[in-house]
Design a protein around this ligand. Structure first.
Ligand SMILES: [Zn+2]
Ligand SMILES: [Zn+2]
Length: 166
């Protein structure tokens, strides 16, 4: 499955890539200040899109969370920082897979607030993620006209319409 032109890793490949780091985390043997409780517990299931679906508490917004010493942490942020590294907290972590319960660090990308809105689930966001027009023509640079409202228009379709073929 492709999102934003970027091939996502499968869950298995990823688990292997991060195996060394994940093992102590999942076994509850990390030496970090913030430690996940319940040693040995499996925290997520891998689905066919490669999403790591959080199996523990899901908050009202749909994000996985867990508590450590009376503090609440968002699971996806924790996994990103633990496996990839710290990021600028002024920026947002965006789910490329649109699945908020997912904690797969490869499905997360640090984006500016503006970019996050563009990629959101609004019409503009959905349209900007499509790689083809609804007739199946590619939204390549040459074939795409961006209208004043920021929407993309397929030039092939415009041409076909002009030629009376649509
Ligand atoms: Zn995902
Ligand atoms: Zn088209």
């Amino acid at each position: 499955m492709k999102y934003l032109g970027r091939v996502l890793w499968s869950g298995e490949e990823l688990a292997e890539k991060y195996a060394r780091k994940l093992k102590p985390l999942l076994a509850g043997r990390t030496h970090r200040k913030k430690e996940l409780k319940n040693p040995g517990k499996t925290y997520f299931d891998v689905n066919k899109n490669g999403c790591w679906n959080w199996k523990m508490r899901i908050n009202a917004d749909g994000y996985g969370e867990f508590g450590i010493n009376a503090s609440c942490y968002l699971a996806y942020k924790y996994f990103y920082e633990f496996l990839v590294g710290p990021y600028d907290k002024k920026l947002r972590l965006d789910h490329l897979c649109r699945n908020r319960a997912c904690v797969n660090p490869e499905h997360l990308e640090v984006v500016t607030q503006q970019e996050n809105v563009r990629r959101g689930n609004g019409l503009a966001g959905i349209n900007s993620r499509k790689t083809q027009c609804f007739r199946g023509h590619n939204f390549s640079e040459e074939n795409t006209y961006v209208n004043p409202r920021g929407g993309r228009v397929c030039k092939t379709c415009i041409r076909l319409k002009r030629q009376g073929k649509l």
